[in-house]
Design a binder for this molecule. Structure first.
Ligand code: RP5
Length: 168
């Protein structure tokens, strides 16, 4: 996508990226330019801070942050910006994402992280939620959003057609 990114997707590790395919695909489907950065709240804290502080000036409007275990990435981003932050808890550790869910969702009052479900489900929903936020000030995007729901409904109907083929 050649346009300037308006959604920033941060992942705490390279190992999180396979969970995030649905996020990128969904943003692409509705034509939202985005960029992806691997940066860790614990391993590269300065990189996260610098990236977040420069993001608004570069056109970023929504952050999506995916991290696992003691998942502080989304919260750390939220600490440095008043742009909306969507957190995706990753199922990386032996606790399978329950740890990441608690770490991401339990932000103190005043510094919110909109937390979606664990793993790939949450990754897709993070993109949909980002699109819904951006659509509030983008009528053309608003018009494109129903296509996502229509696609999901069509899949259900296709499953029914396969299960109950029309009799000839
Ligand atoms: C977290 O630790 C990352 O977000 C990842 O989910 C998890 C494991 O990271 P790696 O050890 O695979 O780099 O910070």
């Amino acid at each position: 996508m050649g346009e300037r990114p308006i959604v920033a997707i941060l992942a705490g590790s390279d190992s999180d990226l396979p969970q995030l395919d649905g996020c990128m695909e969904t943003l692409k489907k509705v034509g939202i330019p985005h960029e992806v950065l691997v940066a860790s709240a614990h391993r590269t804290p300065d990189k996260v801070r610098e990236y977040v502080l420069s993001a608004r000036g570069r056109g970023i409007r929504v952050f999506v942050a995916a991290a696992g275990g003691a998942a502080h990435l989304a919260g750390m981003i939220a600490a440095h910006t008043t742009l909306p932050v969507i957190g995706i808890p990753m199922p990386s550790s032996p606790l399978a994402g329950v740890d990441s869910l608690y770490a991401t969702v339990q932000m103190p009052p005043g510094v919110p992280v909109a937390t979606v479900s664990i793993g790939a489900w949450g990754a897709t929903n993070a993109a949909v939620l980002a699109a819904e936020i951006l659509a509030l000030s983008d009528p053309a995007l608003e018009m494109r959003l129903p296509s996502l729901r229509a696609e999901a409904a069509a899949k259900i109907e296709e499953a029914n057609r396969k299960r109950n083929p029309p009799s000839t």
